[in-house]
Design a protein around this ligand. Structure first.
Ligand SMILES: Nc1nc2c(ncn2[C@@H]2O[C@H](COP(=O)(O)OP(=O)(O)OP(=O)(O)O)[C@@H](O)[C@H]2O)c(=O)[nH]1
Length: 113
């Protein structure tokens, strides 16, 4: 059976609830947009495989809940990530200001990320 991928990258989306993390992920993996906001519960993930210079690169993107009540769960995923996207809503200054808080959580839990 042919190998499904050559390399795997695990990436993580972080940011306040409602900033559009799930929408970004759906657009990237399925090229779809769903206007309703259904809050992510805990963590979810999607994958996409790209062919780059003949190498099959599988990207596994973990979509985390922005709501504070799920942070005990979501923080367990920081260390496993090889890259982290900090997401904010360009129409919400508050969500932009909170990026500092998300970044400091990452620094604390995952200093070598
Ligand atoms: N106008 C506009 N609305 C967007 C865009 N991206 C997302 N939204 C809307 O923003 C809302 C929240 O999007 P989600 O992707 O569910 O937000 P989230 O960050 O995953 O939220 P949590 O799962 O609660 O952390 C939805 O109602 C989307 O329709 C965008 O680019 N433009």
């Amino acid at each position: 059976m042919a190998k499904q991928y050559d390399v795997l990258f695990r990436l993580l989306l972080l940011g306040d609830s409602g900033v559009g993390k799930t929408c970004l992920l759906c657009r990237f993996t399925d090229n779809e947009f769903h206007p309703s906001h259904i809050s992510t519960i805990g963590v979810d993930f999607k994958m996409k495989t790209l062919l780059i210079d003949g190498i099959k690169v599988r990207i596994q993107i973990w979509d985390t809940a922005g709501q504070e009540r799920y942070q005990t769960i979501t923080k367990q995923y920081y260390r496993r990530a090889q890259g982290i996207f900090l997401v904010y809503d360009i129409t919400s200054e508050r969500s932009f200001q909170h990026i500092m808080k998300w970044a400091s959580d990452v620094d604390e839990l995952c200093p070598f990320c």
